[in-house]
Design a protein around this ligand. Sequence first.
Ligand code: AMP
Length: 113
Amino acid sequence: MTIFHAIIDRKIPADIVYEDERLIAFRDIAPQAPVHVLFVPKQDFATLNDVPEDAAIVIGRLATAAARYAKAQGFAESGYRIVMNCNGDGGQTVFQIHLHLLGGAPLGHFGTP
Ligand code: AMP
């Protein structure tokens, strides 16, 4: 059970921007870009390492939902970034897999301060 499961279960509030039977998307509480939305599957996987090959579609759905959201918000063509952090060195802090969508402004080249 993570904080994201509590959001899925409506035990704690979140600014939910999209939901279907398989995933939920809500605004990050500490945004790192003008648009920072987290896409979280309802199926439980602690980290990307725990997703078996036969569940790869779960990741695909997060990515395509993020792209659809960027299109709907009008910044798909100007561009955006998607990120998944894995474990300690990757900076993962919530152990239910999630994809970050960052956009709404030029983000620069990855790794450029
Ligand atoms: P990660 O570090 O990749 O595990 O990302 C976890 C993200 O969840 C961070 O960007 C946090 O700011 C965000 N976060 C933590 N708690 C909440 C919450 N209650 N509502 C929305 N975002 C949250």
